[in-house]
Design a protein around this ligand. Structure first.
Ligand code: ADP
Ligand code: MG
Length: 260
């Protein structure tokens, strides 16, 4: 971990009826760290994310953001404290243009309300342009969000998430539904932004090429339990991890091969 920790997760647990979705999970996210959380379907990754965001209350455990507890706070409060997220389902306003979407996010971040709508067009234009430039969307500012290619919608979502100036960004399967090339591009972009802005990112991802190629550190969750943590090489060499992915051996395929 690149210390000091931005987020400390201590003994986090969540059950649904008899299912232990997340069991006593403990980890830190360091400042400026690009940290991957991987694991088979149903491992508990999204449940973890939902607890960090305040959407789900844990049965037990603590989550500290810059040393302060965030468990029990409303999602919006946690967001205001600097935990951003990109959504698996797209969170853009299709009827607005690209730049208007980012402006709305900036307006929201700066606590202006929709009553400013008539003037919204002129608010935060420069900042919105800077964010769109950061995600590689210069020249697309005035297109309707509805007509964007899927990969560009994802870039726009990233710009919207960054408008809140998060210290920690949570990305649950950010590349779902993307072609392999687009996935690599989006993660490369994310890695560049992590480098440039020094924010921390925790992400889940199915494509192991993307994970091994970009994450600074990787954690493996299986049936709600963290079973391994380390660099790409350490995770590749971990016997327990190999066992979990046995049968899905493509997880450890070489670059360029696609997972099922
Ligand atoms: P992942 O994101 O790693 O695929 P999830 O966190 O979505 O895994 O799910 C972990 C386990 O918890 C699964 O067994 C899932 O069926 C169960 N689960 C998740 N959310 C709920 C819920 N709201 N109610 C009941 N069971 C749930
Ligand atoms: Mg999930």
């Amino acid at each position: 971990m690149r210390s000091p920790a931005v987020l400390e997760v201590i003994g986090l647990s969540k059950s649904f009826g008899g299912i232990h979705a997340v069991s006593d999970v403990t980890f830190n996210v360091g400042g400026g760290e690009l940290l991957a959380l991987i694991g088979p379907n149903g491992a508990g990754k999204s449940t973890c994310f939902n607890m960090l965001m305040g959407q789900l209350q844990p049965n037990s455990g603590r989550v500290l953001l810059d040393g302060e507890n965030i468990i029990g706070l409303a999602p919006r409060t946690i967001w205001r404290r600097g935990v951003g997220r990109t959504f698996q389902i797209t969170a853009t306003y299709p009827s607005m243009t690209v730049i208007e979407n980012v402006q709305m996010a900036l307006i929201s971040h700066n606590r202006k309300t929709f009553s400013f709508r008539p003037r919204a067009r002129s608010l935060y234009v420069d900042e919105a342009r800077r964010l769109l430039d950061l995600v590689g969307m210069t020249g697309q500012e005035n297109r309707a969000a509805a007509v964007l290619a899927y990969g560009d919608v994802k870039r726009l979502e990233l710009a919207i998430a960054l408008a809140n100036n998060p210290k920690l960004l949570l990305m649950d399967e950010p590349t779902a539904g993307m072609a392999p090339k687009e996935r690599i591009a989006l993660m490369q972009l994310t890695a560049d932004i992590v480098e440039e802005r020094g924010l921390s990112v925790l992400f889940t991802e199915h494509d192991m090429d993307v994970v091994f190629g970009h994450a600074h550190r990787i954690m493996v969750l299986n049936r709600g339990v963290l079973i391994a943590e380390g660099t790409a090489q350490e995770i590749r060499d971990d016997a327990q991890v190999r066992e979990v992915y046995l049968g899905g051996g493509a997880v450890f395929a070489k670059q360029g091969q696609q997972n099922a």
